[in-house]
Ligand binder design. Structure first.
Ligand SMILES: C[S@@+](CC[C@H](N)C(=O)[O-])C[C@H]1O[C@@H](n2cnc3c(N)ncnc32)[C@H](O)[C@@H]1O
Length: 291
């Protein structure tokens, strides 16, 4: 049994009805002619619906250079998600581009992409990676998504894949205490301090704008980590999903858990309190509601 099949048995087989199983067998090794979503075969499709992603992703494509950005995502993970939600030559948008995890993922999957990033230094790193790896450069706009999204054509993208800027309470800690630890994450959001409500409102504003440029019925994937701060766990993924559903523009379809096997464990709270060592992120999967 291949590794892929072993994982299939562990995560998904039980839920497959007889009807869908025979459907899947029929399409094994070929793309169903009525497949509207992607270019996956039946068995690839089954594998792509796993709610936990525990695949180890390669340290590749100038990983060290891209790691200057504390929030970079593995291009191969982005590529897997893009292959699940698009067909070849479809167009992907990332309104928070960073050093281009989504853009590189799109190139690997033979899709086109447009990124928007407020800090030009991250775009420069993306361009350097493309040159060093001899990869095609996707379009990368330097600017604020709140402004740039309005300039893009309505209904022009097939998938949005993005990784949102963190709710920046690291800065709050720094201003309160000189001894506060400098977080790697604070490098990539130069925004003023925000309350959680202000941060959520910002995200809703931007995702209302991405709704306009995404084609009807298409999907959006949003990387978002929950956080433990001020002695309290914040279910940020769930909070953002609720805010987005409340707009009436998006329907939540899944919360994929990316278990990042490369993350090191840290000891927090020992020996008196339980504090999680966060080794996972949520990937919210939302579908555009036609309004
Ligand atoms: C979590 S990082 C994205 C990392 C990316 N997935 C990668 O692989 O490099 C979020 C990015 O959004 C950018 N950003 C924050 N606010 C923005 C805005 N209003 N418009 C465009 N980019 C913004 C930040 O500078 C940061 O690089």
């Amino acid at each position: 049994m291949s590794k892929e099949n072993t994982q299939d048995t562990l995560f998904g087989d039980k839920d497959i009805t007889k009807k869908s199983k025979s459907e899947e067998n029929k399409n094994k090794g070929k793309v169903a002619p009525n497949n509207k979503l992607n270019n996956l075969t039946g068995s690839e499709w089954k594998f792509s619906t796993k709610s936990v992603i525990n695949k180890p992703y390669p340290v590749n494509l100038q990983h060290k250079l891209r790691s200057q950005h504390g929030g970079q995502k593995p291009p191969d993970l982005c590529s897997d998600l893009i292959r699940t939600f698009t067909k070849k030559n479809n167009k992907v948008l990332d309104p928070f581009g960073g050093v281009g995890g989504t853009l590189l993922g799109a190139t690997l999957a033979n899709r086109r992409a447009v990124g928007i990033e407020i800090e030009n230094k991250w775009i420069e790193i993306y361009k350097e990676v493309c040159q060093l790896e001899k990869l095609r450069e996707e379009e990368f706009i330097n600017g604020d998504s709140k402004i740039e999204l309005d300039k893009l054509r309505k209904n022009s993208f097939d998938f949005v894949l993005t990784d949102i800027p963190y709710w920046n309470i690291d800065k709050l800690k720094k201003t309160r205490s000189k001894t506060a630890r400098k977080s790697k994450l604070s490098q990539f959001n130069e925004d003023e301090l925000q309350t959680k409500e202000e941060w959520l409102a910002d995200m809703v504003e931007i995702f209302t704008k991405t709704h306009r440029v995404l084609k009807d019925d298409k999907y959006m994937g949003v990387f978002i980590g929950d956080i433990y701060r001020d002695s309290k766990y914040h279910l940020l993924g769930a909070e953002l999903a609720k805010e987005l559903e409340d707009t009436g523009l998006w329907t939540l379809k899944a919360n994929l858990i990316w278990y990042d096997v490369s993350k090191l464990l840290h000891v927090y709270g020992y020996p008196s309190a339980f504090v999680p060592s966060m080794i996972h992120q949520n990937i919210l999967i939302l579908r555009k509601t036609i309004v």
